[in-house]
Write a protein that binds this ligand. Sequence first.
Ligand SMILES: *[C@@H]1O[C@H](CO)[C@@H](O)[C@H](O)[C@H]1NC(C)=O
Ligand SMILES: *[C@@H]1O[C@H](CO)[C@@H](O)[C@H](O)[C@H]1NC(C)=O
Ligand SMILES: *[C@@H]1O[C@H](CO)[C@@H](O)[C@H](O)[C@H]1NC(C)=O
Ligand SMILES: *[C@@H]1O[C@H](CO)[C@@H](O)[C@H](O)[C@H]1NC(C)=O
Ligand SMILES: *[C@@H]1O[C@H](CO)[C@@H](O)[C@H](O)[C@H]1NC(C)=O
Length: 586
Amino acid sequence: MSVFTVWLAGLACMFSTSVLFQILVRPCSNGGVFFCSQSSTKIPSIVSKRYRTAYHFQPPKNWMNDPSGPMYYNDIYHEFYQYNPDGSNSPSLSYNIVWGHSVSTDLVNWIGLEPVLVPDTPSDICGCWTGSATILPGNQPAITYTGLINMEKHQVQNIALPKNRSDPYLREWTKAGNNPVIQPVIPGLNSSQFRDPTTGWIGPDGLWRIAVGADLNGSSTALLYKSEDFLNWNSVEHPLYSSNSFDMWECLDFFAVLSGSNGGLDMSSAIPNGAKHVLKMGMDYSDKYMIGVYDLKRDVFVPDTVIDDYRLWLRIDYGNFYASKSFFDSKQGRRIIWAWSNETDASSDDVAKGWAGIHSIPRTIWLDSDGKRLLQWPVEEIESLRRNEINHQGLELKKGDLFEIKGIDTLQADVEIDFELTSIDDAEPFDPSWLLDAPKQCREADASVHGGIGPFGLVILASDNMEEQTVVHFRVYKSQEKYMILMCTDLRRSSLRPGLYTPAYGGFFEFDLEKERKISLRTLIDRSAVESFGGGGRVCIMARVYPVALVNDDGGPHMFAFNNGSATVRVPQLRAWSMRRAQVSV
Ligand SMILES: *[C@@H]1O[C@H](CO)[C@@H](O)[C@H](O)[C@H]1NC(C)=O
Ligand SMILES: *[C@@H]1O[C@H](CO)[C@@H](O)[C@H](O)[C@H]1NC(C)=O
Ligand SMILES: *[C@@H]1O[C@H](CO)[C@@H](O)[C@H](O)[C@H]1NC(C)=O
Ligand SMILES: *[C@@H]1O[C@H](CO)[C@@H](O)[C@H](O)[C@H]1NC(C)=O
Ligand SMILES: *[C@@H]1O[C@H](CO)[C@@H](O)[C@H](O)[C@H]1NC(C)=O
C-alpha cells in the first residue's frame, strides 16, 4: 500500500467516527470504528510515529532485544543491548547481532553511542550475544558475553574490557586475547544451548564465580565457573543449581536480597548474613525466579521451596517481558532490573516500521518483608517526566460504574490508583488449579463478567465507542485463611488491527485483606507500551498494544476507572499525570 492510500484510509476512519456517522450507522448495530475494520484497507498503516514509545528505552531504529551488561560506573549508567545493525528483523536471520550502547545520568534520558562489541573475532564471528557486566576491584569494569562461532550456533563465553577507563562513556572495548575464556567441553553439554553468562560474584575462597545457562543431558542447568583473575576460568564440578523441569534456561541472573529492606546488595562485595539469594531464569518466553539461600560450603543455590511444575514458579512479570537483567546501582544503593518487550505485530510490520523492541522501564527490585516474593517499582527518576497532575479523592465505584479520567494525555500517562474494598464478604471462593493458568482465568472471568469483589480497574486506550479497549483489572477471591488476588491485562479488544498477538495476561498474588483493604495499581501508558504494577509491585504486567484509535485523530483514546463487581469499591485516591517525552537515543 502506498503512503498516499494509507493516508486516505486514515481519513476515511476519521470521518466514519464522527457523530453524524454514528447516527447513520447505529441502526446497523455496529458503531463507527467497527466499520473501519470491516474492510482491512480502512485500518491506517501500522507505520506511524504514534506507536513509537516516548519514554521507554529503544534505539533510533532497527531490531533490539535483550538488555546486556547494565551497570553504573563513574557516575554514568550504561545500557548495552542486543542490536541488529542491519534492520528491524529478528537477528536469528542475520547472524550479526552486536552490543548496542547508550549512556545516561538519570535512567530516563539516554545518549546513543556506537556499538561496543561487533562480530569480528573467531570467538564471536556469528554474533555477540547476551551477557553481563561486573565491576572488578580497582574500579575495573568487565563484560562477560556469549559468542556464536558458527552457523551451527555453537556457543562460547568471552570477556571484554574498556579500552580507556578515563573515557567517561567507555565508548570502546577490547576483547580479551584469550577468548573464548570458556568452551562447552563438559560431557553431556549441548554446545548450542550454552549462553548468557551472569555478573560475577566472589566466594569465601576469594575466587570469582559466574554462572552460565545450559542444557546438560536434557536438564536446565546453571553451570558454575571460577576464576582468580576474571580472565582464566575453570568449570566447577557441580552446577550452582539444576532442574529437570525444562531443557534450557537463558539469561540467568543470580543476586542477593535482604528481607524487609528495599536496598540492593552488591554481588562483588561480601553479602551480609541473613541475605537471601534469587536465581532468575528465562524459559518458555517468561522470566521466572526462585528465592533461596546460597550455601557457601557446598557452593550451591538452595531454593526455599522446590516446585516440580514450572508453571507454578513465580514470574518477574506476567506479560511481555523477557531476558531481564538486573544490576546493583551503587549511586542509590538499589538493585534495578529491566527487560526486553518485543513487538506483537507481524514481523513484516516490523520491517515496514523500521524498528522493533523496547525495554521496560528500569524497576527497583527487592524482597517482600515475608521473604516470599520480589516486589518491583519504576525507578523514581521516571517521575521527573510527570506534568499536569490530576487528582480525585473519595470516588465510589458501584457495580457497572465507569469514571472517565480526563485532563491528561491518555497516550503518555502515569496513573496511580488505590482501590479500597468496602466489604470483603462478597469474595468468591478460590480454586487452586487456577494458579496453573492465570491467563485462562483472565479470559473466562474477564472485565465484563460480574463478580463478587471485582472486576475493577482501569480501561485505557479506549476508542470513542469503546470497541477498542485495553483493560487492567483485579478480582478478589477467598482461599481458606487468605485472600488471593487475580490481576489481568486483557489485550483481546485492544485493537481492531488484524494480525496482532493480543492475549490476556494474568497473575495471582496473596494479599492480607484483613490487615490492608487497599489494592494499588500503577499503570504507565506509553503509546504502544502499557506497564502495570499491582498490589505495590507484587504482580507486574508489561504489554504492547497498537490501537487504531491511537493513530486516528478522533478526540484521542479515553481512560476510565471501572467496577463490575457486586461490592462497591472506593477510590480514596486517584492521581494521574501526562508524561513528557524523554530524550531517548539522541
Ligand atoms: C582516554 O580518554 C581520555 C578522556 O576522554 C582522553 O583524554 C585520553 O586521551 C584517552 N587516552 C587514550 C590513550 O586514548
Ligand atoms: C551427562 O551425560 C554424560 C554422558 O553423555 C555423562 O558423562 C555425564 O556424567 C552426565 N552429566 C550429568 C550431570 O548427568
Ligand atoms: C541441542 O539443542 C538443539 C536446540 O534445542 C537441538 O536442536 C539439538 O538436537 C540438541 N543437540 C543434542 C545433541 O541434543
Ligand atoms: C513476541 O513474543 C510473543 C511471545 O511472547 C510471540 O508470540 C510473538 O511472535 C513475538 N513477536 C515477534 C515479532 O517476535
Ligand atoms: C461491565 O459489564 C458490562 C456487562 O457485562 C459490560 O457491558 C461492560 O463492558 C463491562 N465493563 C468493562 C469495563 O468491561
